[in-house]
Design a protein around this ligand. Structure first.
Ligand code: HEM
Length: 559
């Protein structure tokens, strides 16, 4: 009986058994409570073996051997126990197919998708393993359009744990970080008011003003300009107007503070945090990393603070977030508004910039699409008409089709965002799938949008598909084909789905329609001589939010 013997007299066999038992208990603690605090993790991993060392001392020649052997035995048993469990048929996700190494560790997927290849990797995995793939020890990715509503709708799963970068700093949580559906819905109320149709009308002069600046800036170049860069400046200036009362002038002055560089590098961290949500808790102690994230946060926070102090000058997003409209009984505290304002600046500029760049690249790559779009723009806005107005947008089916087709093929959040049962909320059944508590799931948007079961010829940029689907007189070019025409509108979710979907969707659509219409109306664009246009597609990366490459174009004012 091990426990009744004096510890110093334990046989070696019993000492080893005690080490193994300690490892198994620690494994259980990790599995059951998933501690993320570095102090707790360090205590469990480094402090547990301390008493075990004393058990080994009588059996070895030197205390150094006792320490080395004890820690090695404890940690290797722990790792072995974790791996065996993850690979075993007892793991609750055992019946989901997926690469063996993904069952063992999340690091495998992170390694495989390095360099922003996440979207391609998920797509390959789904092609190989099917609609539900185990992409990590406790992760499942879906590409099954039939469960979108039950997974992400009002009765579906709440957000997953990925946006826990909140753990990095004394956090004032922004909207995107709320997992609890009730808290999230409460925090989202002012955002919903800010993006209803009455509010969107109020913002139109701001959109028009910034779209005009974009066109004027490009026209002045009268030569080669990097269109990706210009639309990024546009998007940032416009979101600055919305989220912090204006004052940014990237289209005039460029990006002297390297804010876009910060935003992009911040996205790489977002990707890592999404895969390993314990990582921010460790990285926050690394000064170089911490400083970079701080700078990115402060770029939004400082602007939002200044707007808060100035008060209501104009109806913008900030007006609603800070309850200047008086809809709520109480004003929210400044840090809350500032945090949400900073979120808007980041969530709203990067995303629209990607779609606009990809759209212009596609229409230049397919001159017949450009020609048809221009004909529609010119028809509704004859020479001399104000093409920044939204008046004719509801009738402009081809403009809408071109935007939708770009969102289908180049969604700015290609791998979607997580959904997961809340801790303590129990296991869930979604469609035919069993989702145990502790699992994170995602609906993989890029794969869904490029799945031939959802869209005919899915790898082809073909805006006409949207006209055919709407019954707008477009002839189906393959009327006799076996497959017929496939267009599953339910599988089109670039703005995600359900109560946590993109709250800025309507603003983004308005902004993109105005910019595309105005640029096509006023300017002649062509790829710059000597530039290989395939470079653009190659540069498309997925770091949670996508990244696009340069787009050098020759710009001329239309006559
Ligand atoms: C083409 C443009 C855009 C696309 C494709 C897009 C897409 C998305 C996606 C996929 C999500 C994740 C939703 C989820 O977790 O299920 C999201 C969230 C969000 N987006 Fe957008 N977005 C765009 C533009 C904007 C704009 C202009 C804003 C304006 C402020 C914005 C603000 C937000 C916010 C605040 C969230 C978090 C919503 C929440 O947690 O409730 N987005 N967006």
């Amino acid at each position: 009986m091990v426990l009744l013997q004096p510890l110093s007299e334990l046989q070696l066999r019993d000492v080893i058994a005690t080490h193994v038992a300690a490892s198994l208990i620690v494994h259980y603690v990790f599995r059951r409570w998933e501690p993320s605090s570095p102090i707790l993790v360090a205590l469990l991993l480094l402090a547990t073996p301390i008493p075990l060392v004393s058990l080994l001392l009588p059996h070895v020649a030197h205390w150094i051997y006792a320490i080395t052997a004890s820690y090695s035995l404890f940690l290797s048993t722990l790792v072995l126990s974790i791996i065996s469990y993850r690979l075993s048929p007892f793991h609750p996700l055992a019946r989901y197919p997926g690469p063996l190494m993904c069952r063992v560790s999340k690091w495998w997927m992170v390694w495989e998708t390095r360099g922003g290849q996440q979207h391609h990797w998920y797509k390959r995995m789904h092609e190989q393993y099917g609609d539900a793939v185990r992409t990590g020890p406790n992760d499942i990715s879906f590409v099954d359009a039939s469960i979108i509503a039950s997974l992400m709708g009002t009765t579906g799963l709440p957000k997953g744990p990925s946006r826990s970068a909140a753990g990095m700093f004394p956090a004032i949580k922004a909207l995107i970080m709320f997992r609890d559906p009730v808290e999230h819905a409460h925090r989202r109320k002012p955002w919903n008011r800010a993006f209803n149709s009455a509010a969107l009308k109020e913002y139109q002069p701001k959109v028009a003003h910034r779209a005009s600046q974009l066109v004027e800036g490009l026209a002045k170049r009268n030569g080669v300009a990097d269109l990706s860069l210009w639309v990024s400046w546009f998007a940032y200036d416009f979101m600055g107007d919305m989220a912090s009362g204006g004052g940014t002038a990237m289209m005039q002055n460029g990006d002297g503070d390297d804010l876009w560089y910060l935003l992009r590098t911040g996205m790489v961290s977002s990707f890592l945090f999404e895969q390993m949500n314990w990582l921010p808790h460790i990285l926050k102690y690394i000064p170089k990393f911490r400083d970079r994230v701080q700078r990115m946060r402060y770029m939004g926070i400082n602007r939002a603070k200044a707007r808060f102090e100035r008060g209501a000058e104009t109806k913008d997003l900030f007006y609603f977030l800070s309850n200047e409209d008086g809809s709520e009984k109480e004003k929210p505290p400044m840090p809350v508004v500032v945090s949400d304002g900073a979120l808007a600046l980041i969530a709203g500029s990067d995303t629209t910039m990607i779609v606009l760049s990809a759209l212009f690249w596609n229409i230049l790559y397919q001159p017949e699409v450009y020609k048809r779009l221009r004909e529609e723009v010119d028809k509704f806005y004859p020479s001399g008409e104000d093409s920044t107005s939204t008046e004719h947008h509801p009738q402009m089916a081809y403009l809408e089709a071109v935007i939708n087709e770009t969102l289908r093929m180049y969604p700015p959040v290609p791998s979607g965002s997580q959904r997961a049962p809340l801790v303590g909320g129990g296991d869930r059944i979604i469609g035919q799938y069993y989702i145990p508590e502790g699992t994170t799931t995602r609906m993989h948007i890029y794969s869904l949008h490029r799945d031939p079961r959802n869209f005919t010829d899915p790898e082809r940029y073909w805006p006409e598909r949207w006209l055919i689907a709407e019954g707008l007189g477009e002839a189906n070019p393959n009327p006799g084909s076996k497959e017929g025409f496939v267009h599953n509108a339910n599988a089109f979710i670039p703005f995600s789905f359900g109560p946590a979907n993109c709250v800025g969707k309507n603003l983004a659509m308005q902004e993109m329609r105005v910019v595309v219409c105005h640029v096509v109306h006023e300017l002649d664009l062509a790829f710059a001589d000597g530039w290989d246009p395939t470079e653009f597609e190659k540069a498309y990366r997925d770091h949670f939010v996508a990244e696009v490459g340069r787009l050098p174009v020759v710009v001329r004012q239309r006559v």
